[in-house]
Write a protein that binds this ligand. Structure first.
Ligand code: HH2
Length: 296
């Protein structure tokens, strides 16, 4: 049986149904979040969607290929990336969010560490904040609570510029899962309508740490929150399979993501939406007795 997932919002969202003072988005089987980096320097697609028409064209292609969520990012968080000024990130992100919101097709997520960017993006029509620093800034909590917006809480050790300098954990699984669960409680107490958890593959972690977290995904999904997994084209695939070019790492990404689906992951953050959609359709047919009625 395909698993059932849900995310609550304090405002209407494409595909969500009203429920009291909230709107609930429900889906069966893992859903896809297409990556839309409006940055010059992202590790895989940097510079390719940096103008508004190019960004919208790519968003439409992601939606047509089967993405339900679009994750708009205006600052690269790849290891060693330099921070971007607030004004510049706003200039990159807000027009794209506004245009996508006017179309009303996608659940719009914004990948940002900055409360100012989250605030402006939510005002412009974004639905979900994807905070790779795991809501560690109290101002980010305040912004999400004020807009009644859910958030993705991702685990990152340190900050992007230095996070891969010799990361150390005594027990990576216990520390990451404990952190995520504690932050989820803080967020719900602060008034966010719901949260998703993400172990943060590649964020202050060695390949061995990443593998431990991937092997322990069952434990994370059993904690009662929807889980997001983002391994798309990441460096561990280079190390594990010897593929130096990020754009050629989609098969390895799919292997890691299907492993996550088996463990109960709700949402996959991916570059190659078409490839993942094909795999998930086949997966759904294997999971369901009556595959004609499956999620796809
Ligand atoms: N990974 C990246 C960025 N944002 N958000 C979540 N929740 N989970 C992730 O694993 C994650 C994320 C890094 O990938 P990408 O956006 O492709 O590259 P860059 O940071 O260079 O823009």
């Amino acid at each position: 049986m395909l698993s059932q997932f849900q995310l609550d919002f304090g405002f209407p969202v494409p595909g969500a149904r009203p429920l009291g003072d909230r709107w609930r988005l429900e889906w069966r089987g893992a859903a896809l979040m297409g990556i839309l980096n409006v940055t010059p320097d992202s590790f895989s697609d940097g510079g390719r969607h940096a103008t508004l028409p190019a960004a919208l064209q790519h968003a439409h292609a992601l939606l047509e290929a089967g993405a339900r969520f679009i994750d708009v990012g205006g600052e690269s968080t790849r290891p060693g990336a330099q921070p971007v000024a607030v004004e510049q990130e706003l200039e990159r992100v807000v027009p794209v969010v506004r245009a996508l919101a006017a179309e009303g097709r996608a659940v719009i997520s914004v990948d940002t560490l900055k409360p100012e960017v989250a605030d402006a993006a939510l005002t412009a029509g974004a639905h979900l904040i994807n905070d790779v620093s795991g809501l560690r800034n109290p101002a980010m909590l305040e912004v999400c609570a004020r807009h009644a917006a859910p958030a993705v809480i991702m685990h990152m050790r340190g900050e992007p510029r230095t996070m891969q300098h010799n990361p150390h954990y005594d027990d990576v699984v216990a520390e990451v899962h404990g952190y995520l669960e504690a932050q989820a409680r803080v967020a719900l107490e602060a008034g966010l309508p719901s949260v998703m958890l993400d172990p943060g593959i590649g964020f202050g972690k060695t390949v061995a740490h990443n593998l431990s977290l991937l092997r322990a995904l069952n434990d994370l999904t059993a904690r009662g929150y929807p889980v997001l997994l983002g391994a798309s084209r990441k460096r561990l695939i280079e190390v594990l399979a010897g593929v130096p070019e990020p754009a050629r790492r989609d098969p390895g990404s799919l292997a890691l993501h299907l492993w996550g689906v088996q463990a109960g992951v709700a949402l996959l953050r991916v570059h190659d939406v078409a490839g993942h959609a094909q795999a998930l359709r086949v997966w759904a047919a294997l999971e369901e007795d009556s595959w004609e009625k499956s999620a796809w």
